[in-house]
Design a protein around this ligand. Sequence first.
Ligand SMILES: [Cu+2]
Length: 164
Amino acid sequence: MRTKFVLFMTILLLAAAFVNAQDQGQPAPPAAGSDQQAAPAPGDKHDHPAAKEKRFVATTGSDGIQHVEITGGEYYFDPNYIVVKVNVPVELSAKKAPGYVPHDIIVKAPEAGIDFEVALKKEPQVIKFTPTRVGKYEMLCGKKLLFFKSHKDRGMDGVIEVVP
Ligand SMILES: [Cu+2]
C-alpha cells in the first residue's frame, strides 16, 4: 500500500512540475507537500493567449439594458474587453467553460458603480450593475493554486471600458 501511495504522489508531483515548467518556460520550483489539488485537469491548455483581445461592444436592448455574455475558462475570459455605455444598466451573464478548475470574475471599481466578485458556474449567472463613470476598469479571476501562476497572470484578465 505504501509503495503505491509513494508512486502515486511521485506521478502527481511530476505532472504538476511538468505543467508548471511548460507554463512558465523555466524550471519548476520544488513541489510543495502533498496537496492533491496540485494535479491540473487533463486537457489544460492555453488555447487563448492573454495577448489576444476579444472585444465586445455592448448595445442597448429594447429593454433599455446592455446585455453582455461572458465565459471564463482555462485561462481566459471571452470576451476579455467589454465596452459599455455610462449610466445605462448592464446585465452581465457570466458562466464557466467546462472543466474542473474553479474560476471567478472580479471587478472592484466602486467609484464607477461596478463592484462584484462572483464564482463562475456552468449555469449563467446574471450580474447587474450600472456604470457611472467613464474609464477602463480591470476584471480578473482571483484564483491561484499553490506555486502556480495566478489565473490572472495566465490570462484571466480583461477590461470593462465605460464610454460616454
Ligand atoms: Cu480562473
